[in-house]
Design a protein around this ligand. Structure first.
Ligand code: SF4
Length: 230
């Protein structure tokens, strides 16, 4: 097990102006050891002007192969839940707390492994950098890994799911998210306040004994997010 990692910060170009600039730079990230076995970096995708941003855990097997987040079974379930909650799927941005697929090989199968805190910490600078280019009204945190990345290790999704929290005040280091660049000269302004809501990861619905009930709970939480959009 690896306890320390250099982290992603050194791979983030200070002159990056857009999410595309960040995405291109993230392709060469060596901030932790996960890049070695995964196929490629899977950066966020979607509408840069989205009012709603989803943060998940890490890419899965299919995402790793395609280079896109939320294109596997959990992503399909999330899209259905987004529709059922009355959210507009064309105006969301999707990303993950950790941008490389962590897995173990069993025979020829690649089995998902939950990222450790060291991976979450190493990759967090990409998440912070993405938020400097985004301006959401609501951030939806999907599962414990994303909650650890944004809210700190003490946050319990099971206890606080579905609650609207102030953003960035609820973040573990709110100062990381308080200012956003407003022009290419690097001038900044205070980020407008938004709200954050944590819920389960869609893969937890797929693993649940009672999938219908778990799915209903996810949709109920996303409906709270939908109502918070102005
Ligand atoms: S998981 Fe994150 S920090 Fe680690 S190599 Fe990939 S992009 Fe870099």
């Amino acid at each position: 097990m690896v306890d320390i990692a250099p982290g992603a910060q050194q791979f983030i170009p200070p002159q990056a102006e857009t999410l595309d600039d960040l995405r291109a730079a993230a392709a060469g990230c060596r901030g932790c050891e996960l890049y070695r076995d995964a196929s490629q970096t899977v950066f966020g995708r979607g509408d840069a002007t989205a009012r709603l941003v989803f943060v998940g855990e890490q890419p899965g097997d299919m995402e790793d192969q395609k280079g896109l987040p939320f294109v596997g079974p959990a992503g399909r379930l999330l899209r259905r839940a987004v529709d059922d909650a009355g959210l507009d799927p064309g105006h969301i941005y999707l990303t993950n707390a950790v941008k490389h697929f962590r897995f173990e090989l069993r025979g020829r199968r690649r089995i998902h492994q939950t990222p450790d805190q060291v991976h979450i910490t190493a990759c967090r600078p990409w998440l912070v950098a993405e938020f400097t280019k985004l301006n959401p009204q609501v951030i939806v945190v999907l599962g414990a890994t994303a909650a650890k990345a944004l809210l700190g290790p003490g946050f319990r999704v099971t206890r606080q799911r579905g609650e609207l929290l102030p953003w960035p005040a609820a973040a573990q280091h709110p100062e990381d998210f308080q200012r956003v660049p407003v022009d290419s000269a690097g001038d900044t302004t205070d980020a407008p306040s938004a709200r954050l809501l944590a819920t389960i990861h869609p893969s937890a619905v797929l693993r649940a004994d009672d999938q219908d009930k778990a799915y209903e709970g996810l949709v109920a939480d996303l409906t709270v997010a939908a109502r918070a959009l102005t």
